[in-house]
Design a protein around this ligand. Sequence first.
Ligand SMILES: [Zn+2]
Length: 307
Amino acid sequence: MITIFYTTMKILLTCALALLLCLNAKAQTSTNYPLDRVMPAPQRVVAMFKDDGMKPFVHELTAADKEKVEQAFAILPPLHQRILKKHLHSITFLDSMPNTALTADADTAKALKTFDIIFRAGILKESLSDFATWKENTGFDSSGNSGFSVEVNAGVTNALQYVLLHEATHIVDKVLDLTPSVHDMNASFSHTPSTMGIWQHHTKVAKQFNLPTLEKSRFRSGNLLPVQFASEVYRDLNKTPFPSLYATSNWHDDIAELLAIYHMTKKLKQPYFVVVKQNGRVVYKYEPMKNQLVKKRLKQLDMFYNS
Ligand SMILES: [Zn+2]
């Protein structure tokens, strides 16, 4: 038994080492980055979607799509660029996939910290305003004739830029442990500057930010909020350090949303604000980068540009 165990361990270590050398060699020698990372979807991911009744299929990138992919990688902050060259195993674009994007461990033993990102191909054709408006509305029940609507104004930049920023931040987070990777509520852990004073645990916001309407939003409760409560929920959001409703779901998405919105607005000079309208008239506007509590967190983001 022991011999089999050691032999198995040896094979696993040899495979891991070979993969590591292969990835390092790829990072150092490839001149076709990031397009050299475009690959068919990992089988386990396709199987997962099929279990959910979906039939996703690989989207063949056109020349115009490839340009958008290159552009989305080119605008990433310097730290993202360095980490992704080493830790991004593959990217895949799928048609007929349920969510917008997902980042998964490529090395299931998690020793190498390499990752696959799978994107819904449709985002290649969407502006960030259209994408963000759609995403924001997935949290609201707009049936009935309330007269209320929610829109996000984020300019005409291709949505992939934002989605890649968000997913790539998950990779930087996992590689550098920007947020604790502890999910067991009973396990001990140490807060990081990204979570201290903002979160109690990975899905539990600090007590002072536990606000009534915010807790009823889809990203906190799992339920749709009637759209007529939209002004109230964004008023609540403005009393917290969270840059978006999605950011309130867990500490990993909080840092990903914070970096993505900061980079799009402050570095790429694009707009990003949510408006609630009643019968076409703006009744509330939430602009995350003007939220005083969000602003206090921005100094932490220097590390993405200076380290
Ligand atoms: Zn995310």
